[in-house]
Ligand binder design. Sequence first.
Ligand SMILES: [Zn+2]
Length: 423
Amino acid sequence: MTQQAVTWLRCGALIDGGGGDPAEDMAIGIAGGRIVEVSPWDVLNAEAQATAKDLSAHTIAPGFIDAHVHLLFTCDVDHDATRARFESATEAELAITGVRNAQEALLGGVTTVRDCGDTKYAVLAIRDAVRDGTVVGPRILSAGAPLTTTGGHLHWCGNTADSLDEIRKAVRQMCSDGVDLVKIMSSGGAMTRESNVLQPQFGVEEMTVAVTEAHRFGRKVAAHSLNAESIRRGVAAGVDTLEHCYWRRDDGTYGDTADLVELLQPTDTSVVVTMAGIARAMLPGRESESEVERKAAVAASPTGDLATDYQWVPELHRAGINIVLASDAGVRFTPFRRFDETLQCGVEAFGVTPAEAVAMATHNAAIALGIGDDVGLVRPGFAADLVVLEGRDVSQRLGTTLEVYRDGELVADRGRILLPPLS
Ligand SMILES: [Zn+2]
């Protein structure tokens, strides 16, 4: 076997995804779509230095992993509008929306998404089209349509089950149809008015059947959880990720975070913190895009301050619980291209460095999704999914996305998607 030529990228700062401080003036070697070497620039041999692409004015990080998105949603100004468009869309329209959103994510530096709200397997088709090279996009993990109760959260995605047998059958069907994970609506949700965000939807036994079946098929389970009882039931059933994870009593007040830490610490459960548009609108110094957005953000904020709203997250983080930072892109005010705002929300709300926020949206996310050996770190052996960010000073905030590489190929450059050359 002939050795594949190594392509070198030189960067001014390297955020490797592990959460440590950025390294300065580094070089990344890529061959066959994988990272084969990471080394300080000055020890690279002259030949490699002569051929390297010079990104020394910029920062390189692992391609972002957005662990909670809705590719088929349309980012409208209110939930009812998004729902109405979703419900009235034909399958062809859904697929076009999904492809467009997938490419928007890529332009924002996101090289992997986990979709949590398919219908009619449109996202599965997009996933396969990206994998086969038919369309350019991020790698996609799809949950299919979320499993919910009749009248429950996102029942309009079309996957309801109300008894142990129905749940067992639904999960078996989803897995054999090829979903990458199972999403279960453990509580009601804001996008479905007729559901109750402060009440669980499934019993422990029902959740357990869903998790047991999914795990039997080798699939992880993500549980949408907007209240404490839904979290307790999910943890008892052995779910892998808790989405949103609001530790709220049924009167809407927040419980003691120490109790949540105690519940989660003995488990491997990851917490996926979603910081969508309504959190982004709370970023200090950020101009609201509209009065509607500002009002919605204020209405949704428990305390009116981002760091106070999310002070439970650093507590969990310090306790060693795997924290994943995601966007919930597709919901109101949450366009896919602005993943940078979700990262900055993490910096502001959790009091972490930009490199730590990146770790929550790369390595931590990859671990939670079960792909931690393949993506999420800039280290030899990992897929060459990379994002080039403007500038090399990342001590306070990350620069805007310039270039995006997927499996070593340049797929987005300064706001434009690049098609592969004709073969
Ligand atoms: Zn969501």
